[in-house]
Design a protein around this ligand. Structure first.
Ligand code: 13P
Length: 349
């Protein structure tokens, strides 16, 4: 199957009332793990690459590895997404390479660190939307600022520093015409999100629900959504690691989000933990081993297990065959003639 527009994938998820995991990749084994899980659970999937990943792997390698996945698994809809584009140029380069979706994270300035003004965010996001939609490519924007840093991108600090204001979310969606909207509700990238199991004082599901009430048809995106499971932390620490005690986003909170408009859920850290734990175990138990396949195979299997579990928990499992891909050129026509709406439905307060 050709790569699919993320807009189509999220529209289908909204129809079916489920969420779709967006899993970060840097290398072949991670792509294989995701596709193994998608095949096992019959799931559509979003594979995403950050700027850091594109640099680490080099654009051409990563792009062709994901294309290989779409050739090997023609029955699985795959959207290829740029995670946290920091500028128009980054998004443009992803689109020109063949990504079917981009995130313009205009919540930060182009340095990827300093929070931007609302006006700056609208301006750069709108520019990306115009360029992308002309080519049938989906755009995710962000309003409010996430906590933490991922691959060098992020304002740092706590997820509570810049929680999304629901009124601003409405205005942002109206002014930019984005297909999906990432909101800040207290989560942050990385393993250290919360110092205890999060409650409503730190994980603002009430804000998410308020935004969904105002924007009932907008696809919401939850970033920083790894659950950081204790068993994965324990494996790492058991085999010589030194992770401090930490909590992620409980899966039941993500499921509450999915019942309230969340269609895309970003997960990276849980997979990093699974891979690292598996590699540590092999090298700890068999220090004489030096063939990378001896530890990359169990690492790939450990990641596949986590991804398959999330696909089932997010509800995307079983939905790969629900629809046929719409060509990106047709999607572009849909944006041009208005069949694909870019203006959100806004409910009264
Ligand atoms: P985690 O660090 O919680 O996996 O979040 C990843 C993410 O949001 C990528 O954009």
């Amino acid at each position: 199957m050709p790569l699919v527009s993320m807009r189509q994938l999220l529209d289908e998820a909204a129809k079916g009332g489920y969420g779709v995991g967006a899993f970060n990749v840097n290398d072949m084994e991670q792509i294989q793990a995701i596709m193994g899980a998608a095949k096992e659970t019959n799931s559509p999937v979003i594979i995403q690459a950050s700027r850091g990943a594109r640099q680490f792997a080099q654009d051409k390698y990563l792009f062709h590895l994901i294309l290989a996945a779409s050739e090997l698994y023609p029955e699985i809809p795959i959207a290829m997404h740029q995670d946290h584009g920091n500028s128009f140029e980054t998004c443009k380069s992803a689109i020109e390479l063949g990504y079917t979706s981009v995130m313009m994270d205009g919540s930060l300035k182009a340095d990827g660190k300093t929070p931007a003004s609302f006006e700056e965010n609208v301006e750069v996001t709108r520019k990306v939307v115009d360029f992308a939609h002309e080519r049938g490519v989906t755009v995710e924007g962000e309003i409010g600022v996430l906590g933490g840093v991922e691959d060098g991108h992020g304002a740092g600090g706590s997820g509570l520093d810049h929680i999304t204001d629901p009124d601003q979310a409405v205005e942002f969606a109206e002014l930019t015409g984005v297909d999906a909207l990432a909101i800040a509700i207290g989560t942050s990238h990385g393993a250290y999100k919360f110092t205890k199991k999060p409650d409503g004082s730190v994980l603002k599901m009430d804000v998410l629900i308020a935004i969904h009430k105002r924007l009932p048809n907008t696809h919401l995106v939850m970033h920083g959504s790894s659950s950081v499971p204790k068993d994965l932390q324990d494996i790492i620490n058991h085999y010589g690691g030194k992770l401090k005690e930490t909590w992620g986003v409980p899966v039941e909170e993500i499921q509450l989000g999915i019942r309230n408009g969340v269609r895309k859920i970003n997960v990276d850290t849980d997979n990093r933990l699974a891979i690292t734990g598996a590699i540590r175990k092999v090298l700890w138990e068999s220090p004489e081993k030096f063939d990378p396949r001896d530890y990359m195979k169990p690492a790939r299997e450990a990641m596949q297990k986590v991804v398959a579990q999330r696909m089932t928990q997010f509800g995307q499992a079983g939905h790969a065959g629900d629809y046929s891909p719409i060509a990106i050129t047709e999607i572009a026509k849909g944006y041009a003639d208005g069949t694909l709406t870019t203006q959100p439905l806004v409910a009264a307060k």
